[in-house]
Design a binder for this molecule. Structure first.
Ligand code: NZQ
Ligand code: ZN
Length: 387
């Protein structure tokens, strides 16, 4: 096992009515000015906005609203939010939404504290921000687990890069499964697949021999598969939903990564696809994973074979490692079809003239992946994903 330090700064309030029960005490710890940040308005339709405004007013807060955070949040939106946060001397950012709102606010919290551009500060000067506006997250869409890490995926439109910037950890996160019940089924499925992808991306890193983190990871994957199937059968199943909400957080709260260097090559490719097409994250991953895994197969046999048996319940009797590894990829592909995710870019509405060469060229090659890809092979993979 690799050497590690484990400590977690985000306090999680999980369960129904968690906001009403716990926000007043959290709000009492911070100053008067609270920035309520959200997306395109789903929280106004499902009652979450009204409930939070009531809690904030009862706590005597001065609420500064920052809305319109889009899916795949842009660096320009970060700058807009940081300006508002600075001008209003914001004491707490309350991010209410899914991964996009939660990520955007992580970077706002850092950008509002420095005068230079955070993108250059982090990616050119390789410096890390050290001052942040404190933040709390209220999760309304599960999947990314963004509420439990300090990485933010931000699209720089001019540079055509969808990349990670590092912000602060949330001081607290409210995970009320009931808040997620109004998510469209399409988002439920792509969110849960994103969580499954995070588990696989972590599992496929190093070390590659059996270890505790991977055995916990296998349980998470089985849980996501089982509870996504239950949710598709009955969208009102709050018990299955609760499991999915926590599994999403588990996949990204560092626990499965203990002692590991992660893979995340599928994510790097999908993020650049997103930079060029603004596509849905979970859908992009669903198309990329099986194709990428076919290319990884010769180097990944032992890990894929373990996933076949321990996650997908495939019998190992009389089978070679190679056969089992192939059966894992087939099981994953069948599951993607079964849950109605796209299997080709063309099904996602991605245009044929998309610059896949530029996407491949600008994709980060990860150190934890078992195969050292070339940009040419990434281009081949993207072409195979198209149709
Ligand atoms: O904007 P509103 O109107 O709120 O609608 C949103 C949005 O259209 C809607 N929604 C959210 N909660 C809802 C709801 N609709 C009805 N009822 C509710 N309760 O859902 C739509 C998608 O939301 P979004 O936040 O964009 O989705 P997701 O949570 O999948 O986040 C995607 C972003 O997170 C990044 C992705 O790249 C993408 O930019 N990721 C962040 C990660 C991280 N920080 O750890 C890891 C991931 O790998 C991922 O890259
Ligand atoms: Zn993801």
């Amino acid at each position: 096992m690799n050497t590690f330090t484990y400590s977690y700064p985000t306090k999680v309030y999980f369960g129904e009515r968690s906001a009403a029960k716990n926000l007043p005490a959290e709000l009492a710890k911070v100053g008067k000015n609270v920035m309520l940040a959200y997306g395109g308005g789903s929280i106004k339709k499902n009652g979450v906005y009204d409930e939070l405004i009531c809690i904030l007013k009862n706590a005597g807060k001065n609420v500064i609203e920052f809305s319109g955070i889009m899916s795949n949040p842009t660096y320009a939106k970060v700058q807009e939010g940081a300006k508002i946060a600075k001008e209003n001397a914001v004491d707490l950012i309350l991010a209410v939404g899914g991964g996009s709102v939660i990520d955007c606010c992580k970077v706002i919290s850092a950008q509002a504290k420095i005068s230079e551009e955070l993108w250059e500060f982090e990616t050119q000067k390789h410096l890390s921000p050290s001052e942040f506006i404190p933040m709390g997250a209220v999760v309304t869409a599960f999947g990314t687990g963004a509420e439990m890490n300090n990485g933010a995926v931000i699209t720089h439109e001019e540079k055509k890069i969808k990349g990670a910037l590092w912000g602060a950890f949330y001081s607290f996160a409210v995970l009320d499964p009931a808040y997620t019940m109004s998510m469209p089924m399409k988002q439920v499925i792509s969110g849960a697949f994103d969580s499954l992808s995070h588990c696989m991306e972590t599992y496929m890193g190093t070390p590659r021999e059996t270890n505790l983190s991977d055995e916990i990871n296998e349980a998470c994957q089985r849980n996501i598969i089982r509870n996504l199937r239950a949710t598709i059968k009955n969208n009102d199943d709050i018990s299955a939903r609760s499991e999915l909400v926590w599994a999403a957080a588990m996949a990204e709260n560092g626990m499965l990564k203990i002692g590991k260097v992660t893979d995340f090559q599928a994510h790097m490719l999908e993020h650049q696809l997103g930079a060029y097409t603004d596509c849905n994250h979970g859908q992009g991953l669903a198309v990329i994973h099986p194709v990428l895994y076919c290319h990884m197969l010769p180097k990944a046999q032992a890990q894929f074979a373990r996933l076949a048996v321990n996650v997908w319940g495939i019998s190992p009797v009389g089978k070679s490692e190679e056969q089992l590894a192939e059966e894992f990829i087939n099981a994953l592909s069948d599951f993607i079809k079964e849950i109605g995710l796209p299997t080709k870019f063309v099904d996602m509405g991605i245009a044929a003239d998309t610059d896949f060469k530029a996407i491949a060229e600008s994709t980060v090659l990860t150190g934890g992946c078992c195969k050292k890809f070339t940009k040419e092979e990434l281009f081949d993979i993207l072409s195979e994903c198209y149709d």
